[in-house]
Design a protein around this ligand. Structure first.
Ligand SMILES: Cc1cc2nc3c(=O)[nH]c(=O)nc-3n(C[C@H](O)[C@H](O)[C@H](O)COP(=O)(O)OP(=O)(O)OC[C@H]3O[C@@H](n4cnc5c(N)ncnc54)[C@H](O)[C@@H]3O)c2cc1C
Length: 292
């Protein structure tokens, strides 16, 4: 099937994008890498009057550091994140996650912002943004507003972005604390969407866990945070979180707190099982990596 007819405008600045969104409202669609949007147009799931292409909005591109904050522009491609030394140094979870996103051709075109705004619960970036406590920087006719990633993903393919707003960037605080992390996804073939995935980050102070974020993707309608497990391990010595007692308690807890949903090929029960399997691996890895 081919897309229905639409007008096309290549925007040159964020201001121009906002003016066009203001003018066309619901009848406009922003296009980033087009990797999710174009298939949906071709299947006629969406029928915009105008497509606003973001490729020439240079303000939206690139990865930068200001003080202790790393900023990923919305139009930064998956491949640029994969190749970034700044990301490798300060946000290594993203470096580990990115090879799991689709295949090279899609990673060359698909963008950070497109993935976050699309809000696919099976995608890696939304879960990473929540686990790393990212701040989504949005801009609209009334100026800029900031939304924590944990509050950005509202439901299946639904975010806190208003129709007249654009996602400009995501910011991450990378101030010097001791962090341990774990990323793993289970998929049928490398590059397929995950059956279930986990992104975990633990912050420690002198071996004591002071904060953690354990987030699953491809299990629910949004990235799913294991708040109960986070509370369970808070204040514990990092080396103690892989004892059989804690593992048993944590896996039982996470299987009851994450309300999994079936997808086309996997049952909710299987995902509930995998949620516990991945948590056990994460806790063991984090406890052991802190001994090095
Ligand atoms: C075969 C295939 C396999 C894939 N596998 C994976 C996978 O394993 N994991 C994964 O995470 N993804 C996967 N993807 C999706 C891919 O990562 C896309 O790149 C991503 O979902 C959308 O990014 P995009 O830049 O192409 O956005 P687009 O398709 O251009 O846009 C997506 C949506 O976001 C909106 N949008 C884009 N940018 C902005 C912005 N700055 N502000 C406001 N709205 C914006 C658009 O209007 C549109 O509604 C796959 C895609 C394909 C085709």
């Amino acid at each position: 099937m081919k897309a229905a007819e639409f007008n096309y405008q290549r925007a040159r600045s964020i201001q121009e994008v906002i003016e066009l969104l203001d003018q066309y409202g619901d009848n406009a669609k922003l296009m980033a890498g087009g990797q999710s949007l174009l298939p949906s147009l071709n299947m006629r799931l969406s029928n915009p009057e105008i497509l606003i292409d973001l490729q020439s909005v240079t303000e939206l591109k690139g990865i930068s550091q200001v003080g202790q904050v790393i900023k990923i522009g919305a139009m930064t491609t998956h491949t640029e994140i994969e190749n970034s030394a700044l990301i490798q140094e300060h946000l290594p979870i993203l470096s580990e996650a990115v090879p799991h996103i689709a295949h090279r051709a899609i990673r060359n075109l698909g963008t950070w912002g497109g993935s976050c705004v699309y809000g696919d619960p099976a995608a890696e970036w939304p879960a990473c943004a929540v686990a790393l406590n990212g701040v989504m920087v949005l801009q609209g006719p009334k100026g800029e507003r900031r939304v924590l990633a944990k509050d950005f993903f509202l439901d299946l393919y639904t975010t806190a972005l208003e129709t007249n707003e654009i996602l400009v960037a995501t910011e991450f605080d990378v101030s010097k604390t001791t962090r341990k992390h774990y990323f793993e996804e289970l998929s049928r073939r490398h590059g397929d969407y995950a059956v279930t995935g986990i992104v975990a980050q633990v912050i420690i102070d002198q071996d004591v866990i002071v904060d953690s974020r354990i987030v699953y993707f491809s299990v629910a309608s949004t990235p799913a945070m294991a708040s109960g497990v986070q509370a369970l391990i808070k204040g514990k010595n990092i080396h103690s979180i892989a004892t059989p007692e804690i593992i048993a308690q944590a896996t039982q807890l996470v299987r009851s707190e994450i309300a999994t949903l079936a997808d086309l090929t996997n049952t909710a029960q299987m995902k509930t099982h995998l949620v516990g399997v991945l948590l056990e691996r994460a806790l063991k890895h984090i406890a052991n990596s802190s001994r090095r």
